[in-house]
Design a protein around this ligand. Sequence first.
Ligand SMILES: [Zn+2]
Length: 129
Amino acid sequence: MPITKLDNEKFSQLCANCEQVRDLPLSELTTSEDDSDTAPLRVPVCPKCGAFELLIPTQPDAQPHPVEGSYGHLHQLLVDELRDRRRPAAVARGKGKSKPPLSNLFPAGLVLAKPSEFRRVERKPETND
Ligand SMILES: [Zn+2]
């Protein structure tokens, strides 16, 4: 059930089970009882088919994603961005850790095609070299 779009107030999710796309306010994302910075985010149950998803943010000891610009990499960035927006305290604690600007990999905004329609994005060249 991937995330397909993210904006200031809401996000869009494609249900992997029934393929329904729905828009949800960010406030509908909740964390599990273990309210740590790396806790999974719970997406409300799909109203059409009842499927349920957890989004797992990048864990602190994770290696960099092996294929930059791949579907999996971009989806992980969206999940982390959702986590950051839902949990500003976590962001404050992580201050100092540099996060590359998402616009490099999302030149058209925070949107992601369905896995079946996805084409890898080539990263824009860094401007500082
Ligand atoms: Zn569904």
